[in-house]
Design a binder for this molecule. Sequence first.
Ligand SMILES: Cc1cc2nc3c(=O)[nH]c(=O)nc-3n(C[C@H](O)[C@H](O)[C@H](O)COP(=O)(O)OP(=O)(O)OC[C@H]3O[C@@H](n4cnc5c(N)ncnc54)[C@H](O)[C@@H]3O)c2cc1C
Length: 453
Amino acid sequence: MKRTDVVIVGAGSAGCVTARRCAELGLRTLLLDRKPSESVGDKVCGDEVSRTHFEATGIDFPSGEEVSSVVAGADVYPPNMINELKVRGWKDFDGWTVNRIKFGQRLLEEAMRAGVQFKPNIHVGGPTFRGEKVTGVTYKDRSTGEKSSVSSKIVVDASGFSSVIRKKIESPLVEVEIDKRDIALCYREILELRMPLAEPEVARVFLGGKYAPQGYGWIFPKGKQQVNAGVGISGGQGRGSPKALFMNFKEDYPLLFRSKVIAAGGGAVPVRRPVWSLVGNGVAFVGDAALMVNPIHGGGIGAGMRAGIILGEVAKEAIARKNTSAKGLWHFNTRFLSNFGRRLASLEIFKRLLADVSDDDMDYGFEKRILEAGDLMAANKGDGFQMSAFNKMKRVKRAAGKLGLLRSIQRATSLMKKIDKEYAQYPSGPDGLELWKTKVQNIIDSAVFKKIG
Ligand SMILES: Cc1cc2nc3c(=O)[nH]c(=O)nc-3n(C[C@H](O)[C@H](O)[C@H](O)COP(=O)(O)OP(=O)(O)OC[C@H]3O[C@@H](n4cnc5c(N)ncnc54)[C@H](O)[C@@H]3O)c2cc1C
């Protein structure tokens, strides 16, 4: 196929869902992945995905062999590993851990059933251009060694963290460099435990501390006697390797004692707000390639699926109007960033707060319940922390020794609200982007909470 409507690079969850929606709407859609067909979906991941993403997109819930475990709650631990918050009935976290390959294969099958042409073993080298407009991609067929190109009205970069298209575009609209501190380097293992899990539906999350300095660790259930466990830490700060940190954790944490490794691997995930603009001329970015990930826990499967549905619809509109310039595709920005995207952006402030609070202060905050489970839920929704005057008074009492900490939480709340407001007013066209970016960047830059105490 030498010319088509949409070329999508990458058949991960974001790429498959985007492709499916494009094809459902009658667009000629070509999906390319460097992997062989049977490996599509394979990915080093925590494997947890919330039910809410399926409800929001209409994509069928995982079922049968796709499901490793049902997840119904999380215990969130501070650095000293005591006084954990037991989060239950949190719709945004409850869901499943999935068998990544089986889940990925299903998304691919659904795309192909809708009419998507899928080509495996295709390594995409980068975009082709006419002037500033992206007009297609160059690629190498890994099974024959043949190099070729394909042209399209729209190119979608769904290549995940590698962002093979986005990184090769020179345009004031397109962000290329991502700060290393906004990337979490992760290591995870799937482990067979020596004893069954006491609470096989509860996920555990560990904040900071010696096992995950300025990061997080996790143990997610993968069946009665298996878990997906790992550590993710911010890059570029010389805090050691996530693998070494995880090995220490595994040695010390009784549940993991002498467990058998079923699979192991490292990966990277962006942990900041999405890129400023999800589109350029003739091109759009979705999933990890657009940094659509929850900055607190690195979950990105759901965000990419939500965005994929929107992008398919915007692609159809733009092609029907014969305008696939950045302006013609802009609706993707306004539909995603001013809705789900603003949640991700406001959580970046929360992430910065967590990174700046010392381990001692975080332990204190958990012990005195300065933040409660409901706060975490509200924050995760992008609502900041809701404190009534009465509530505030109660917390001031509990935080008597650490008023600085409470003040920082309040300041984070106010910044989250500011970000939320800015995203609700995302510019209606490319012309307004620079001014808007400056306002948001100023808010992000002011989210420094050092020397709390
Ligand atoms: C350790 C770890 C734990 C995580 N835990 C969770 C979790 O529990 N829950 C959650 O929701 N998210 C989690 N995430 C994040 C989640 O995995 C990603 O957000 C999600 O998989 C992104 O989907 P995607 O489709 O954008 O990209 P990907 O799934 O990365 O897919 C990209 C696809 O593009 C293909 N590709 C790349 N380059 C090229 C090229 N040059 N040519 C052709 N094809 C190419 C790849 O082969 C791949 O198939 C975790 C990430 C990591 C690293």
